[in-house]
Design a protein around this ligand. Structure first.
Ligand SMILES: NC(=O)c1ccc[n+]([C@@H]2O[C@H](COP(=O)([O-])OP(=O)(O)OC[C@H]3O[C@@H](n4cnc5c(N)ncnc54)[C@H](OP(=O)(O)O)[C@@H]3O)[C@@H](O)[C@H]2O)c1
Length: 298
């Protein structure tokens, strides 16, 4: 089975790249904007692809004829999406339409990644059937991308995830677990919000469920987060505990003191039964995830 991934320089993209190139049953075409920043260059084909370029998307997909396309490319900076709405629309919505149209032409299956930010966070944890109500432009853009797939005749899977973390190379952005580990190691005084709850997701787990969905060509929406729900403060506290670091410099604060551009949902988290039962998804616990990252950092 031939799989094409977009955004292969990103955190999820890199994990997919490594897992798919090592899977003898899969052939990989990795694409991302600009040059390939992954140092492992063998065992797959790399094509530079800006998914906001409609003609390029169609040209690459029709030429490569993948059986499955996994779209990981996105504008993920939630505050930036508030300010740069047309850029956000172009990457998070229009690009999905170009991918869906091209996949339809060659009868390819499209797997798309969405987010817990489509919900308002008043009634988490959420099941796949709960009613979305995004509070931010990012969340709205992702909800619109879901809605356009739901109305499209292409075969699609939507995988919704939450705070993706892990170790990658030459990433254009950091993630909260690596940030917390570094900040704790420096002994900085850290003010951490204690009124937002999430189920952080190991990037490897998310890559695994993408591959499970690809192999099954699963249809529909699946929750694809970590299984442990915690406040952001607790997350940092658990990172500190894992590394035997002091929590003396950790202070609890409320979201209202941060003055962030985008409004965040207070409590998300996902019910994972459908993904576990129908796809065979097996997410790691948060502590298992930290241990796995340690192996990679070594
Ligand atoms: N990260 C989270 O906490 C989180 C939470 C919920 C949902 N998600 C969703 O999960 C998915 C994967 O997230 P991630 O954390 O792996 O994101 P990421 O690390 O930001 O990766 C996105 C990749 O897309 C690339 N890209 C940007 N613009 C592009 C374009 N026009 N054409 C092609 N590629 C482009 C980026 O390139 P550069 O590396 O060159 O910038 C980056 O490599 C996204 O759909 C995101 O919305 C993420």
């Amino acid at each position: 089975m031939k799989v094409l991934i977009t955004g292969s320089n990103g955190l999820l993209g890199q994990k997919l790249l490594h897992k798919i190139r090592e899977d003898d049953t899969l052939e990989l075409v990795a694409t991302s904007i600009g040059v390939n920043r992954v140092s492992q260059k063998t065992g797959y084909k790399y094509i530079s692809l800006d998914v906001t370029n409609k003609r390029e998307v169609e040209r690459v997909i029709l030429a490569q004829k993948p059986h499955v396309v996994i779209n990981t490319a996105a504008m993920t900076n939630v505050d930036l999406c508030e300010d740069k709405r047309s850029e956000c629309d172009s990457l998070n919505i229009n690009a999905v339409k170009y991918l869906a149209n091209s996949c339809k032409k060659i009868d390819a299956h499209l797997i798309h990644i969405s987010t817990d930010f489509i919900f308002d966070g008043e009634n988490g944890p959420y099941s796949e059937d709960d009613e979305p109500n995004p509070l931010s432009y990012y969340g709205l853009s992702k909800l619109k991308s879901e809605q356009l797939l739901q109305a499209h005749s292409v075969n699609w899977t939507i995988l919704r995830t939450i705070i993706v973390f892990g170790v990658g190379e030459s990433l254009s952005k950091g993630n909260i677990v690596l940030w917390a580990k570094d900040a704790l190691a420096k002994g900085d005084s850290l003010s951490i919000i204690d009124d937002q709850f999430r189920a952080p997701t190991l990037a490897e787990d998310l890559a695994d469920i993408c591959i499970l969905a690809a192999k099954k060509k699963a249809l529909g929406i699946f929750n694809a987060s970590g299984k442990d729900i915690m406040s952001i403060y607790e997350l940092v506290e658990r990172v500190a505990k894992h590394y035997g670091m002091s929590t003396d410099n950790l202070n609890k604060i409320n979201t209202s003191t941060l003055n962030q551009k985008a409004v965040r949902p207070p409590k998300t988290g996902f019910i994972l039964d459908k993904s576990i039962n129908e796809l065979g998804y097996k997410p790691h616990s948060f502590e298992e995830s930290l241990a796995l990252m340690d192996e990679q950092i070594k």
